[in-house]
Design a protein around this ligand. Structure first.
Ligand code: SAH
Length: 264
């Protein structure tokens, strides 16, 4: 789910300005609202040392909690808090926690990642998959750092250029949606500058995007049936389809990366 933030703030009239609830409805039926899966969450978790029964984790932009439940099931932590600004996702998150009997340790709250309701040095680990772009990678790393205990970890995924140069079509597409998209070396430098020791940087497998886009192929069909004749929905679907087409054409040039750092 990569809406143009500018569009969401209604600065530019555009397809993305219409009812955000529709976008939420489109994405709420899947376990994950962005590129990612449980196996990759577990792999990243393998880089985090020292979590105990007293540790606390924040999962920012948690969506319906696909990765939060993995953190709950695979760490001994006392508390794992998922935050998202979408009420519907948090509602679904709470149901998912109940289904997995994790509700005592895995909590979902509605909140804004730009103004988090946390105390200084509350957390041992901050997690954020497919979501930090909403505040911006550099700003998120800088502003969230205060919520980590000294030596605490941050693990985020971020869309990244793999090469120094790339074809204009893909450059322009992503630059418009997310001007902060940048190269691996620049992202790692930003992490270090924000006060973290870079612990791990690696590319997520192509399947996290191909699975995400394949799911959408089916979703598009049922969605179009339900909203037959609705021009806005049809345009939204076309924009999603175009993003997927570009991915298959240009996947050598960009993709999602995990960035894991330790608060220095
Ligand atoms: N981490 C989940 C969801 C990723 S989609 C997963 O990987 O499946 C990005 C999420 O960020 C969405 O759930 C969206 O509602 C949330 N989001 C967008 N802007 C936000 C903000 N300002 N504060 C909190 N959450 C936000």
């Amino acid at each position: 789910m990569q809406q143009n933030k500018k569009d969401m703030n209604n600065e530019e009239p555009n397809i993305h300005n219409f009812d955000l609830n529709i976008i939420y409805e489109y994405f709420s039926e899947t376990a994950r609202q962005g590129p990612g899966n449980g196996k990759e969450t577990l792999k990243a978790l393998g880089f985090i040392d020292g979590l105990t029964e007293k540790s606390k984790i924040a999962d920012i932009g948690c969506g319906t909690g696909g990765q939060t439940m993995v953190l709950g099931e695979n760490t001994p932590c006392e508390m794992i808090i998922g935050v998202d600004n979408c009420h519907d996702f948090i509602h679904q998150f709470k149901q998912n926690a109940q289904i997995k009997n994790l509700q005592d340790r895995v909590k979902g709250i509605v909140g804004n990642m730009e103004n988090l309701p946390f105390q200084k040095e509350d957390f041992d680990l901050i997690w954020s998959e497919g979501a930090i772009y909403n505040i911006g990678f550099e700003r998120g790393l800088n502003e969230w750092r205060k919520f980590l205990k000294p030596g605490g970890y941050i693990a985020v995924t971020e869309n990244t250029w793999f090469t120094e140069e790339r074809p204009a079509e893909i450059q322009e597409f992503w630059h418009k949606i997310y001007p902060e998209i940048d190269t691996i070396s620049n992202k790692v430098a930003q992490m270090q500058k924000a006060g973290y020791l870079p612990i791990a940087t690696y590319i997520l497998p192509e399947t996290i995007w191909t699975d995400y886009y394949t799911w959408q192929t089916f979703r598009r069909e049922s969605f179009l049936k339900k909203y037959k004749g609705n021009k806005t929905i049809e345009e939204f679907i076309v924009s999603q389809q175009y993003e997927a087409e570009l991915y298959y054409k240009y996947k050598a040039y960009y993709g999602y990366m995990f960035y894991i750092g330790k608060k220095m």
